[in-house]
Design a protein around this ligand. Structure first.
Ligand SMILES: *[C@@H]1O[C@H](CO)[C@@H](O)[C@H](O)[C@H]1NC(C)=O
Ligand SMILES: *[C@@H]1O[C@H](CO)[C@@H](O)[C@H](O)[C@H]1NC(C)=O
Ligand SMILES: *[C@@H]1O[C@H](CO)[C@@H](O)[C@H](O)[C@H]1NC(C)=O
Length: 348
């Protein structure tokens, strides 16, 4: 037993020794093989590297050869930023009596036929500004003088339309605005409309002339009212509605002749459609109202309260769908399109 155990121990140890020797010689053989084939291996890895590099080289070549193509085809223009970098906030407005239309034209070389597009980005909205007008050339000049640079700083694609009432019949602001909407859409598929009084000049370019998900009232305050809302629910002066919002309410009523009521009528129409009027903050939505006397032909509409009482009954058949007029002329000046229309006279 003693001898056997001794012998067994020895053979077990010998097994280990043989195993060790064998593995050592295997390692030595591998080392030798690597030594001989070292060079080709390096070459192999080098070609692998160039193989990896090759696509990027090809890319480089492709991009350098395709550069002339980029020059020939116009670069895709990016959308204008959410907030224009050109905005300046509150402005110091001037109303120089020496100002001439030719001055304003030379200050706005980028505008043709009343239309402008930002040169290096695609505007976020295409906006038509509609200004009802009659015999207020001085006010129109001041407004154009401030409004063009104002809209350009907002990086908008815009067009300015002056809708001039022909003849001497009582003025009808609302019907002129309906006409402006219908006529402007013949030029371009404007997505947003700004209904703009001629005597209100915006003071702060953070008051954005774009449309919202809801109809927007832009005049919270004016210097003539101590910059306070004239009354709760006031929806006059300057308002913004999308093409769809205005269509939904069937536009303005055509039946308000003389001053007042038509803006309240539009508010009622908006409310009947369960839309909600939104306003920018008061410190931004400020206007200067250029002084003037009440024009002859635009006397206070004494009938306005009676008309307002029946809006909910008649809005479906009194509006855009019943707006009949005769276009007298369409003149395309550098700074605005002048649409002169015969809209008839009050039926009394
Ligand atoms: C605005 O203009 C007035 C008169 O020209 C001037 O006194 C005032 O300093 C100006 N304000 C600003 C902020 O430029
Ligand atoms: C508002 O400002 C304009 C322009 O400076 C001026 O003509 C007008 O008289 C002012 N209105 C009031 C009520 O201060
Ligand atoms: C618009 O055109 C009519 C008709 O030619 C003209 O009488 C009027 O003065 C023009 N108005 C403006 C603001 O250009």
């Amino acid at each position: 037993m003693g001898l056997c155990s001794l012998l067994c121990k020895f053979t077990r140890r010998a097994k280990y020794v043989i195993l060790l020797v064998l593995s050592l010689s295997l390692l030595a053989w591998i080392a030798m093989f690597l030594g001989e084939t070292g060079k080709p291996l390096l070459v192999l890895s080098a070609t692998a590297q160039t193989l990896i590099k090759e696509p990027s080289l090809r890319e480089k070549l492709a991009s350098s050869t395709s550069t002339p193509d980029h020059v020939n085809t116009p670069l895709p223009i990016v959308e204008c930023p959410q907030k224009s970098p050109l905005l300046r906030g509150a402005l110091n407005l001037s109303f120089e009596s020496s100002l001439k239309l030719t001055d304003v034209e030379s200050e706005n070389k980028g505008v043709t036929d009343g239309e402008y597009k930002p040169p290096d980005c695609t505007a976020r909205q295409s906006v038509a500004i509609l200004i009802p007008h009659r015999k207020r050339e001085r006010h129109l000049l001041y407004l154009l003088h401030h409004l063009h640079p104002f809209l350009q700083r907002q990086q908008l694609h815009y067009g300015i339309y002056v809708i001039q009432q022909a003849g001497d019949a009582t003025f009808n602001r609302a019907k002129l605005l309906n006409v402006g909407y219908l006529e402007a859409l013949k030029d371009y598929s404007w997505e947003c409309f700004i209904f703009h009084d001629v005597d209100l000049v915006p003071e702060n370019d953070h008051n954005l002339y774009v449309c919202d998900k809801q109809p927007k009232h832009l005049v919270v305050g004016r210097n003539a009212t101590g910059y306070k809302l004239r009354y709760k629910g006031y929806f006059g002066g300057v308002t913004a509605m999308t093409k769809a919002q205005f269509l939904k309410v069937n536009g303005f009523s055509n039946t308000y002749w003389g001053w007042g009521g038509e803006d309240d009528d539009l508010r009622v129409r908006v409310e009947l459609q369960k839309m909600k009027i939104v306003r920018p903050p008061a410190h931004v939505a400020r206007y200067t109202m250029v002084f003037h006397k009440r024009d002859s032909g635009n006397e206070i509409n004494k009938d306005r309260m009676r008309l307002l009482g029946r809006t909910s009954l008649v809005w479906r058949k009194d509006g855009l769908n019943s707006c009949s007029y005769k276009t007298v002329s369409v003149e395309r000046f550098p700074l605005y399109v002048n649409i002169t229309v015969d809209i008839g006279k009050p039926q009394r």
